[in-house]
Design a protein around this ligand. Structure first.
Ligand code: ACO
Ligand SMILES: O=CC(=O)O
Ligand code: MG
Length: 533
């Protein structure tokens, strides 16, 4: 297929042609031609900053953007259907879950091509088809168990999270170069749905993941201006909420809002990627060593500082500050564990609403009512942007304060177990899975593998019992965990379930001295080869 003298190679299946029309491909081809070089340059800037930090560089608020932080300005007014976002459900883009999420009673639903989705070509294309159908209210689903699904009359407002700047979609190529996955997900969704969404009284609303600085926000903004012109829709129609989920972006929250001023729908605290980013960015700093993943909660000082600063920054700019994801999900067949999970989510959401967040995320429809009740009690108005939180004082040092706590063998073992199980699920096409009664997705799994990488490379005796965490110890536990998984799954499921391949990927990630920027980059190569060979 030709896009203005560029050859596009696509893999096509039934119904995919509804999405991969010549006009839609020409549209994403234009985005590629106009913006891909800038994307690549920005990825280079990420690498350069990492090199600087590896040499001992420190993060601070930028001198050159002091005016942006000091001046008085606000983002454009929010559209009516984004004023009240007290409960936002998130989830992958499969048909059943899209219907369940839209019917869940949450105010909004973030359909996720990113952390919660394994980017198989089928998932990506089906996701586009499902969202297109959902917007037109032509979505239903019949499960194998006979259960039927269709949309309620009052579904949640739809938002979409395209994949991050670092990812590529290798099934669509221009001149044999893969396209940016962000541009593919964003471009196809926008092309097919922007006018329909406006016609239905809502709009093209996005979540933007894993931004590292305001220049990356500027790129998104320039893309928004370009596509609004190209499609003939009013400037400012697109609204985007930026996830603050990298430690570097936390130093540029004002700047990110400023870049997207006409298109901003505020910020969100993407807590899991944020913890991962903290480990990654300070990977060579011998003082930065995080304790067991289970105790790096929102209560630890560096996490709390970041969420309070997000609230203060957003409210100063008339923007909503959305909270993050508690990983607990309902526990089946164990009332006590179920109650404990609900209590943890309740406490997390009470802290968020009391601090000033204007809404928050839930991972599961079973949590919607609980979180709604907490926000209804703590936030009678549609949002609390008028609570300016000028009392909050957060310094650069507060944002990077190293959390304290023990590293236990159980913590190490859990990281290894979660790492293998999650990567196996991802290779099998599932990007979000329940493991040990917690929601695990690409962001939470990144923490697990990053911690193991970091702990192996740290000075001696860091286990709470005084032992070193050596590669040999990790390999021993890895073997034990594989045996355990094989025992649980049985020989056949073990072979079919990509566990050995996952263990291999996990082993490479923690063994190589180069800290892999994202686990999904090497795993994507395996995904393209497809399942178990
Ligand atoms: C760090 C971050 O980026 S957070 C944001 C990204 N992560 C996510 O969005 C994760 C979203 N959550 C999920 O994917 C799921 O809740 C999981 C994988 C954690 C658990 O899913 P399951 O094992 O299917 O849970 P469970 O069996 O309890 O589900 C019960 C029902 O709720 C549905 N359900 C569960 N979670 C969701 C969801 N987030 N959206 C829509 N429906 C959901 C299930 O499909 C199932 O439906 P059914 O009864 O009609 O068959
Ligand atoms: O995307 C959300 C996160 O916590 O990571
Ligand atoms: Mg994330």
């Amino acid at each position: 297929m030709l896009i203005k003298n560029t050859e596009v190679q696509i893999t096509s299946e039934e119904r995919y042609e509804e999405i991969l029309t010549p006009e839609a491909l020409e549209f994403i081809g234009k985005l590629h031609n106009h913006f891909d070089e800038r994307r690549r340059n920005l990825l280079e800037i990420r690498k350069k900053l990492q090199e600087k930090l590896n040499e001992g560089g420190k993060l601070d608020f930028l001198k050159e953007t002091k005016d942006v932080r000091d001046d008085q300005w606000e983002i454009d007014p929010l559209p009516r259907d984004l004023q009240d976002r007290r409960v936002e459900i998130t989830g992958p883009v499969n048909r059943k879950m899209i219907i369940n999420a839209l019917n869940s009673g949450a105010k909004t639903f973030m359909a996720d091509f990113e952390d919660a989705t394994s980017p198989t070509w089928e998932n990506m294309m089906q996701g586009q088809i499902n969202l297109r159908d959902a917007i037109r209210k032509q979505i239903d689903f019949q499960a194998e168990n006979g259960k039927s699904y269709s949309l309620n009359d009052d579904p949640a407002v739809l938002m979409v999270r395209p994949r991050g700047w670092h990812l590529e979609e290798k099934n669509i190529r221009v001149n044999n170069k893969p396209l940016s996955a962000s541009l593919v997900d964003f471009g196809l969704y926008l092309f097919h749905n922007a006018k329909e969404l406006l016609h239905r009284g809502t709009g093209p609303y996005f979540y933007l993941p894993k931004l590292e600085n305001h220049l990356e926000a500027r790129l998104w903004n320039d893309i928004f201006v370009f596509v609004q012109n190209d499609l003939g829709i009013p400037q400012g129609t697109i609204k985007a909420t930026v996830l603050i989920e990298t430690i570097t972006a936390a130093f540029e929250m004002d700047e990110i809002l400023y870049e997207l001023k006409e298109h901003s729908a505020g910020l969100n605290c993407g807590r899991w990627d944020y913890i991962f980013s903290y480990i990654k960015k300070f990977q060579t700093d011998p003082d930065v060593i995080l304790p067991d993943r289970s105790i790096v909660t929102m209560e630890v000082p560096f996490m709390r500082s970041y969420s309070l600063l997000a609230i203060k920054t957003c409210h100063k700019r008339g923007a909503p500050a959305i909270g993050g994801m508690a990983a607990q999900i309902p526990v089946k067949n164990n009332d006590q564990a179920n109650e404990a999970a609900f209590n943890k989510v309740r406490a997390d959401k009470e802290r968020e609403v009391n601090d000033g967040h204007d809404g928050t995320w839930v991972a599961h429809p079973g949590m919607v009512q609980l979180v709604r009740d907490v926000f209804d009690k703590g936030m009678p108005a549609p949002n609390q942007i008028s609570r300016k939180r000028e009392d909050v004082k957060v310094t650069a040092a507060d944002l990077v304060e190293i959390p304290k706590g023990a590293i236990t063998e159980q913590g190490l073992r859990t990281n290894i177990n979660v790492g293998i199980l999650y990567i196996a699920a991802w290779l099998s096409g599932s990007g979000a899975v329940p493991i040990n009664n917690l929601m695990e997705d690409a962001a939470t799994a990144e923490i697990s593998r990053a911690q193991v990488w970091q702990w192996i490379r740290h000075p001696k005796g860091i286990l709470s019992d005084g032992r070193d965490i050596t590669l040999e110890l990790v390999e021993t536990i890895l073997e034990e965990e594989i045996t355990q998984i094989k025992g649980n799954e049985g020989e056949l499921n073990f072979r079919k379930g990509n566990y050995e391949k996952a263990a291999q990927i996990f082993h490479n990630l923690i063994n190589q001295d180069l800290f892999e920027e994202f686990l999904t980059l090497p795993a994507y190569g395996q995904l393209l080869k497809g399942g178990n060979e």
